[in-house]
Design a protein around this ligand. Sequence first.
Ligand SMILES: [Cu+2]
Length: 737
Amino acid sequence: MSTVYLPSNASKARIREAENARKNRLEIVKAYSHGQISRRDLIKWGLITSAGALAPIHGLNPFVKSAYAEDFDIPTGAPRSPLFGAQPFTQPMARFDVLTRNPVTSLNPAPQAEANQTQQPVDPALGGGFGPIEGRPPGPIWAHQQFTQLPPNVAIAATMEGAKATNIYNPGVTSDFNSGIDATATINPRFHPLLPDQGPLALWTYNGTFPPKLMQMRYGDPALFRLSNRLPFDVRQNGGFGRHTISTHEHNGHHGAENDGFTGAYFYPGQFYDYHYPIVLAGRNTVNTNATDPRAGGPDDNGGINKIAGDWRETMSTHWFHDHMFSFTSQNVYKGIAGMFNIYSALDRGNEEINDGVNLRLPSGTLKSWGNQEYDVNLMLADKAWGQDGQLYFDIFNFDGFLGDAMTVNLFYKPYFEVERRKYRFRILNAAVSRFFKVAIADASGNAQPMIFIANDGNLMPSPVVLTQLDEQGIAERYDIVVDFSKYKIGDKLWMVNLCEHQTGRKPAADLTLAQALSGQSQDPCVGKFLEFRIVRDPASPDVSQVPATMIPNPDLSAIPVARQRTFVFGSGGSQDTNDPVSTFFGPWGIQTDNQGITANADFGRISAAPKFGTREVWTLVNGGGGWDHPIHIHFEEGQILARNGSAANVPAWEKGRKDVYRLRPGGSVTLTMQFRDFGGMFMEHCHNTVHEDNAMLLRWEIDNAGGAFLKPLPTPIPTPQGVSFEDPDEILPTAL
Ligand SMILES: [Cu+2]
């Protein structure tokens, strides 16, 4: 493909042609998403090739060259999203909506270790009869691990439902720290005041409302998250894409697998699922077991530390949570099923004033003992697209990856955010489907401004790194930065700028210079300014926050033997040698494990690796091609990158901390080490280009024998509305165990 975006001045005929192609595709997308037709049907009819690409049929595939324009393809698969007159930087960026922390006694029925199998009638659209009220797989294997040792102390309840207006919004700060937004006013589910409200079938979010949700958690304070599925019973009521079965991944929680949002542990409308988040430090069974180290802990409500067992160097800060429904993750996350999850710790208190020699005093605020957000701001970046009716649009037949053409921050189209003349922390999440970002901050003269890079994937760095542009940021990566606005004048403006240009969803096409990105020359509508900072006042009291030269050194693994080495090659041309209709999904992507010669498609009934509980391994992730990039996510425990392309010298300064997403880069490889401890069960490893993940670059690995009722290997859960059954794994790779 050459240049790719349908320009805003494209001819009317070309736009009409593209819109017709979109409508034709939409019919097939609908039928496909309703399960009325299968991937095999599409191949049989010649609509997609066996490699997974949409057949080049004119009027159906908008990537086919047009009769009207010679060299424009359209990455959204549609005409440019109409803006209805919305101009950049004309609406404030609302803060995340903080989910209320309630006592556990507020939950009815009370949470329990094993899934609650109380029966209820099942809607006829789901087959009728009776089924359990909780969709978690039943029995001891899926019971919350260490539920009696780490009982939940706080409850958070939310629903998953279609978009609606609300007047319930908790930004966690007063209006003057939220760009003047009145939190008591009605908030409509829309990307900009001039754009139409999203309908309940177009957008699905936690509680059905804007803005996206934030959970505030702290170490040593176990939580119970009850998510009730209130999506339509009829699978066809999805606005053309999205699946009403859901599974919530708390990325990258160190929790038992029953709380990890396993891709095959999804649940149905009318059910709830209890996720138990113990919020513990990794290594709690072997390191600091007596909980004497004050650096290992969480904030209490009085400025002190609640000490816990585990390795303080495994402290994590910035997580997010999102849907992980098997082969529908890209559609569901894009449809709005994503929030953020901040963890507060002895080191990262969310209070910049407490000076006890442990607290790092990062920019946050001082009003509360912990979790202050006045100067600590979550930013969720995502590219979106919508049809001529303004409703969210997605094309599930673009297996390279889906690109939107409108930049949103916290789901708001190109907003502004008011700041004081002092230091702020920004927790930047890439929540796109397939798009990589590369962030810089420009002043009015187009000069790059310094940013202090403090955390990668929610892990505070051994030392901060000063940068004028961040590295490429792959899907699901979190980059925390500190920006000091004290040197600017009241009335000044700065802009966050995306330098990373895409032509397809396979990989970034180019990293532009700041001048190029600001020039407006790029055909990619998501290049350039996307968030405006307005410096509005001096802080009421002096900025006492700090960015210490030493933050969190890496855990020292040198004394822990390497039990195993494994290799995973991420490539195309995947094939399937088992054929379970529920647990498998094929092509065009796949993963080859341990050089066994088979690039396998996704099957959550297959065990590709089973590290032994309590051991350390070294995994090498290899990109099988140069024409694409893959941000690979390994669930459960943070890893340390040992080498890129075989050499430690290739690991940049900002990747020398811990990570949970590893961008392979085109043709590249990453070697990392991680431990397998504290909990067991089945976890995943997958590309976080969610289109690749869904088609079928995902595998299951598991930790057996973690204590408790563990079988080896673990049976595969098969959810139905009438209850979850189990079957034996349909395949165990020869090198897995
Ligand atoms: Cu990928």
